[in-house]
Structure formats: C-alpha cells, structure tokens
Design a protein around this ligand. Structure first.
Ligand code: SF4
Length: 344
C-alpha cells in the first residue's frame, strides 16, 4: 500500500497539533489518555494548559487526586485523570524511565493494550499499531476484514499486522507518522457514519471503496442498548457566600468531585444506587429544570432552592453535607452542580 499521499496530507494539515510539536514520552502519554473518548478540538483547548501545570512525570506524580481532577475540567471521564496520575506515580518511581516493551508497559497502572502500543508507535516511533476506534475502522475498510467490531476485530488486525499482511512497510514509512495519519484519516474522511472517499488519499488502496462496500465495514453486531429515565432533584442551600455540598465517594459517579445534595425523585432503573431516594413528596410545579445524560441514564434535573431548615425537614440532618465556598473557580464542583448553580 502506498502511504505517501496519506502522510503528505496528514503532515501538511495536522503536524501543528500541540502534542505533535515537541515530542516526549510524557506528552504522548498525556495526549493519548486525553484523546480517548474526547475530541481533538477539546484536547487542543486543554493540552498546553495541562502541560504547563504538570510538565513531567514527577510533577504529575506529586499532585493530589483532587488537583488533577480540577486540571482535567472540561475533558470529562475523570477516571482517566486519576489513572494518568497513578501511571505517573508508577513511572516516577522508576526514575521516570518508561519501559520499552509492550508487556512491561502494561504493568504500569492504567496502561492497557492501546496506550502501550501508542507509547511504542507514537512516543518512540517504533513499529506497532495503536488500534484506537479510528484505526480499527479505517483498517477494517482498507482490507475488508470481516471480524465484528471490538476485541475480535482488534485481535485479527494485530494478527494480520504481525504476519505482514497489514501495513508490511510500517517501519520504513515511519510508525509514528503512519499511526497518526490513520487517526487523522479516520477522524476526517473515514468516520463511522460518514465517509468522504472521493477526497481520501487512500481511496485507490481501499478494498471496501473499490468494491462499493464501505458501509459494510466494520461489521457491527447490534446490541440492544439499555436506557433508563432518571429524575433528580438538586437542592441549592446557601449560607452567605457558601453552599451546601458533599464530596462524591469512590463508588459514585464523578468520584472526588463536589456535588450539591441530590436525590432521586423517580427512575425506571430499580437498581439505581448513585443517589438516595427522596423520602417525602415535593411540589415540582414551576421549578427550573435541565437535562443531562450519563452512561445509560437520561436525566431530568430539577433545581430546588431552599433554606437549610426546610431542607433538613425534608431529608434530615446528614453528616456528609457541609458548607463550602460557592466559588466555581476554586472548588471542584461536578458539571451538573455547576449547571445548577448557573441556572438557580
Ligand atoms: S476510501 Fe473511504 S472507506 Fe476507504 S479508507 Fe478512504 S474514506 Fe475510508
């Protein structure tokens, strides 16, 4: 497969992404973790600021979980921030030497197959395929690989790569450049639900395009998605410049962040345990509300501004609640809490 046009296209359009400017293994690790489940444009807005605050493994290892979650604001999926910190602690304990081998990399906290391959291919420019969703999709189309999307497809691609069928000249073409260019291609021309094959620099090599079968790859086995409705009431209880809140525990969504007291009014999920159920009745008429979503829940959030006394009459006096500064700049409030404060 001739990758020349692909590499020229990627290099002329995307070489200036912040994490591609001055490479280090540290920056590669940070950017790869950020880019998982977050768009390039969002990461562009946060990467430089994060690197300025935490320029290397040591500084990241020395931070607290709370601080890193604050610095991660806007990127979502906070578990990645906590794992990144733990990975930095592991690596700093090894004198900041990043292992070179795939299996050794996976011994580091939070580093799985994908991140290990990315550190090798993108960080070190050594032969490996960092199979994120983009590469998986693009390669399944280029070579018309019929295994269903997910682990089976990834395993098959890695097998075909090792046997020399997929990208036999990866090392010669530059593993870093090829991996990144394929990611760019998947993001720009070869999206999951939309392709611009006419503009694609690999159209001549793409078997699915040549056979008119693009929409058949990757093969997707439809799973029935569970979805639940959830109605929450979010209590806004103020005292001067402070607001009543609690810190989310490790078992809860958004662990470590601050949330205002939140109770379940109604849900179609009998197993919902993230928030306590509100004991009494509440008159919802005229209350402001907004919609959010998390995992399989479609959430309607009602905002209830109330005096402390009335709040305690409704839910009792709970030890986990305390007044914190009502300051969105300094306090690590959850996004839903921030929305509630803004709308109250
Ligand atoms: S030709 Fe179309 S399907 Fe094939 S890699 Fe390019 S954009 Fe994807």
């Amino acid at each position: 497969m001739d990758l020349k046009h692909l590499l020229i296209w990627s290099n002329s359009n995307y070489k200036d992404l912040p994490w591609r400017r001055s490479r280090t293994l540290y920056k590669t690790l940070v950017s790869e973790i950020m880019l998982q489940q977050t768009t390039v444009s969002t990461v562009v807005n946060h990467f430089d600021r994060f690197i300025e605050a935490y320029p290397n493994f040591e500084s990241l290892a020395a931070t607290t979980e709370e601080e890193i979650c604050m610095a991660w604001k806007g990127l979502g999926y906070y578990r990645r921030a906590r794992n990144l910190r733990l990975a930095a602690i592991d690596i700093a304990a090894r004198n900041s030497r990043v292992p070179t081998k795939h299996e050794e990399l996976k011994e580091i906290h939070g580093i799985g197959d994908y991140t290990a391959s990315a550190l090798i291919a993108i960080g070190r420019n050594k032969p490996a395929l960092a199979l994120d969703a983009n590469l998986e999709r693009v390669i399944s189309r280029l070579y018309m690989i019929k295994e269903p999307k997910g682990l089976k497809l990834q395993k098959k691609i890695q097998e075909l790569y090792k046997s020399g069928f997929v990208f036999p000249h990866l090392e010669k073409s530059g593993p870093r450049a090829v991996n990144e260019a394929l990611m760019d291609l998947g993001r720009v021309f070869c999206q999951a639900n939309k392709t611009d094959c006419n503009l694609c620099p690999l159209k001549k090599n793409c078997q699915a395009y040549q056979m008119g079968a693009v929409e058949k790859f990757p093969v997707v086995i439809e799973k029935k998605k569970e979805s639940f409705d959830l109605e929450l009431v979010r209590f806004v209880v103020k005292r001067g410049k402070k607001i009543l809140a609690y810190k989310k525990s490790k078992k809860q969504w958004l662990a470590g962040q601050l949330e205002i007291p939140t109770y379940v009014l109604k849900t179609s999920d009998p197993k919902m345990k993230q928030y306590p159920k509100l004991g009494g009745e509440l008159n919802l008429k005229g209350l402001k509300k907004f919609k959010t979503g998390i995992t399989k829940y479609k959430i309607t959030n009602y905002i209830y501004e109330v005096e402390l006394k009335e709040f305690e009459k409704l839910v009792g006096n709970k030890a986990e609640y305390c007044f914190v500064e009502n300051n969105v700049e300094t306090e690590n409030f959850s996004t839903a809490t921030l929305k509630t404060i803004a709308k109250a």
